[in-house]
Design a protein around this ligand. Sequence first.
Ligand code: ATP
Length: 776
Amino acid sequence: MVGLGTKVIVAAIAATREVHSWSSVARRHPAMIRSFAPLSAGAGAGAGDDDDDDDELRRQLPSMGLNELQTQFRLAISREDMDAAMMYRDELAERVSSGAYRASDAADEDAHSKRRRLSWGGLGTAPWLIERLQALDYPLPTTIQINAFEAVNAILLNDDDGGGLTSSRGIAGNAGDDTLEERLRSQLPQNMGVVISGSTGSGKTLAYLVPTLSTLSQTLFTRQRIRIKDEEDVDDLMGDLIDRVMVQTSPSVRGQGYDQVVGGRRGGVASATAALSSLGKSGTDIKSPVALIVVPTRELGVQIALLLFELVGGNTKKTALERSGRKNMFRYKGPKGVKIGCVLDEQMSMEGLKLQTDIAITTPKYLSKLIDENDVDPSKLRVVIFDEADLGLEQTSDENLKLLFDNNEAKRRMFSRLSFLVGASVTASLGNLAVKAEILPEGKSFIATATRFAPIAKEDEQQSVADAKLPSPEDSMATLKDLRLCLDPGLRHERVLVSDNSGLLCLARMLRKELREYEIANATLAANADSRGDSDVDDLMKQLAVLREDTKDLEEDFGIDSVFDSAKTNSINALQRPRVVVFFPDEDEARDAIFLLRDALWGEHRLGVLLPKTGENPLTIMEAFKYGDISVLLATPNSIRGLDFPALTHVYTLFLPANDPREYLHLAGRVGRIGQQGSVRGQGGRVTTILDRKEASQFDRLAEFLGFDFNDVAPLQAEVTNESNVEDMRRYLEDTITLLGTADASRDEPIINYSDELDESEVTEEEDDEEGDTTL
Ligand SMILES: Nc1ncnc2c1ncn2[C@@H]1O[C@H](COP(=O)(O)OP(=O)(O)OP(=O)(O)O)[C@@H](O)[C@H]1O
């Protein structure tokens, strides 16, 4: 165990993306290095075992999707496994940003500026937000977050000298110490657009929220300062989570506002005048929101509101313990009293947006009402985001889009407007938007994916770019035709063909087997731990304490304390109980299955339903599932777009999503997400489709269209044998009687519409085959 400390520090440095090399740390901390022996092979394992593990991992790496790689990288850091962390890092470095846009003089870009772009700070994130992200355990940006931020930076560094984006001065690293907002201030008012296109679960939400908050940072401080005059007694009230978001406030502004306004920059004092940026030319008008997020469903809106709420200092944790430490609101240095307003259902719509909302979240359905009633003034919006943009834009009328985006003489905006169109299934159809010139203006728009970012070619250049069969790693331009349906290649797809409506029975057996396997594995793990004793853990904790003391200055230099914290809190070796979502074609079928499945699972899995019209409020169910009170969730695909369930291990579907292949992509995309530990290493998240035999060919077609491989898995046979006891027999008979033939036999075979718009050239597994030289 002596080598563990060394592992910790090296892994921590890996996390800071080689800000300093290992040898330079050794030079600076000779005493510390001496106090730890070289890396050991780990408890109870010989060096040979380690080598085998490494070889096995090396073999698996190429088959892993980007999401899984990033999850495993973070896990390796937190379990102090330096060797694995380095391997994941190198593999990521090969894949990320390989085709990144390079400004014309970027050849001179030095190694230092290349590295800068790989941390929140180097990208230009507002300093208070960097601290907050670390406190919330997002210490490093994911690849799509890097590229989205880079895209915004590249637009802001555009000279606008007629030479277009390719003549810009460089990427973030060349921009000196300017904050994003300062760069914006130095520009004339302009429209800018970024399309963020990446697989489900790749971190697209923060990919737009972080640049948005960084861009609006000083504006939010200014609004806070003005608000202090008519102080509102708002606080970080505990109580019902959802209610709190609707009450829409981050911590109280009382007594802290002015300090926050003038202390807006790390290492310096931003002047009060500076706070009135061109982007933040809100004057004294703090009535209208400055940012608007449009989402297709209420549930997604709430999820985003909760994340935003945390980013601006709010707490969504239930117990005082969870709320303590770095997440504590008193350690939060960002703008206080930021108001997030949601209008996501009839009730909220009747109440309208609360006065002085800063950031509004709504669905297309309530957009025109918000604008008509002056709750949202489009001319005051500096940032507009469409999350799940393909669906959101389909649901928004041209008229409303025009209201939102038109920048005509009468109401010309005095400040820059940044628009984000985000999703795993945004496609070239964006080109048909009536307001494309405002959302994605020529020469000021980028596409950002998990592996690259590039300016969108101007209309007259599009054909030649397309003819050149781009993208390739060297690309400097992109077109909307490059947009793909992004299915994460790390997912493991399975098909189970059943007959005679035995789908539910098959599902119950698979769920029970999964639970049994988990229990056996867990018992084995516990037995092994017992035989070893827990001295390993004690040792680790002692060494971490010593190491932490020794490396205080490193922490300050590199901001690595989050790595230590997660090392302490993450019990990586604990096995995770299976947690699954089961998809049904519609609410009726899901409702019919509730009681049957509940009985069939013998009370061993707790069941919940996320159905708009059935049972408890979907928001309450979502919360219960997130906190692990429920382990099987029944849902329909239309309610699930964009929802993020931590620790999900498996998705089942009892039908083929009819009409639209995008539905399968989103349904499958609930697993294999960054941060989910449920996937088996090298095999990604698991998606099992249980289908009637006669639908087999439909599935073949879908797999071909979306470009994924799958395994056929035989349905499980009865779990009873001659040796089974009477109780098992009884259960078997009960199952067979109750679960057989319950599905709707009259259900039509699905007819999937592979429309022209979604032709096969638009489908891709994440562009993870590109090469590059970026160090992560
Ligand atoms: N920088 C980060 N570090 C660690 N985890 C992250 C980071 N960014 C995002 N995540 C985690 O990754 C998961 C997926 O993020 P998110 O929900 O934003 O994905 P998405 O790309 O929007 O997916 P979808 O297309 O399904 O909406 C979340 O659980 C989130 O907490």
